[in-house]
Design a protein around this ligand. Structure first.
Ligand code: HEM
Length: 161
């Protein structure tokens, strides 16, 4: 099931789906933030919580897939792959991506938990607004960087010939 991908690169179907997921996640995040800018805070809350739930599923699928099937065997034919892996283009791109991914996970958890605890129900601007606007913007930029470096990793590891 996971051997041949759907995009015709060296990646597995699961990695293809994760790559494609970035193109849904980022626009959804931008739309969710635009709802807050238009003062539709309940919409904003709903969209961001759905996004967080979807991200949990995506990250879990990715982790299980990598642990069970590995990824290196699919990247060996890349011109950016060499041993030791983490000194090659593929490995360095993965490390940069992971740095953004891990910090994004912590930031998103912190922003969501603080928002759920400190904003009123239904949500409206208040004492927590200043903190939320600052850290939520950093969390959103971090998510964007995670998606960009994730796509870059997909390209250098599984696509480049
Ligand atoms: C990680 C998830 C989230 C991100 C990335 C995020 C992002 C943002 C951003 C960037 C803004 C500022 C919009 C602007 O420039 O006007 C904002 C505003 C706001 N968000 Fe979130 N948000 C998240 C989750 C939540 C949740 C779960 C709630 C409610 C429980 C919430 C409630 C609000 C409210 C009430 C505002 C308006 C604050 C104000 O302008 O005074 N957010 N959010």
């Amino acid at each position: 099931m996971f051997i041949a991908g759907i995009l015709g690169t060296r990646a597995t179907t699961m990695l293809d789906l994760l790559f494609l997921a970035q193109f849904v996640i980022v626009p959804t995040m931008i739309y969710g933030i635009s709802r807050a800018k238009k003062q539709s805070y309940a919409d904003h809350k709903k969209i961001m919580l759905i996004l967080v739930a979807a991200l949990l599923v995506v990250v879990t699928c990715f982790e299980v897939h990598i642990q069970v099937y590995g990824w290196k065997q699919h990247a060996e034919a890349s011109p950016f792959f060499s041993e030791p892996v983490y000194q090659s283009g593929v490995g360095i791109t993965l490390l940069v991506h992971l740095a953004f991914a891990v910090s994004t996970a912590f930031l998103w958890i912190a922003v969501v938990i603080a928002a759920l605890r400190k904003f009123s129900k239904p949500p409206f601007p208040g004492a927590h607004s200043k903190w939320h606007r600052r850290w939520a913007k950093i969390a959103a930029v971090d998510m964007l960087a995670t998606a960009i470096t994730g796509c870059l990793f997909y390209y250098v590891a599984f696509w480049a010939t």
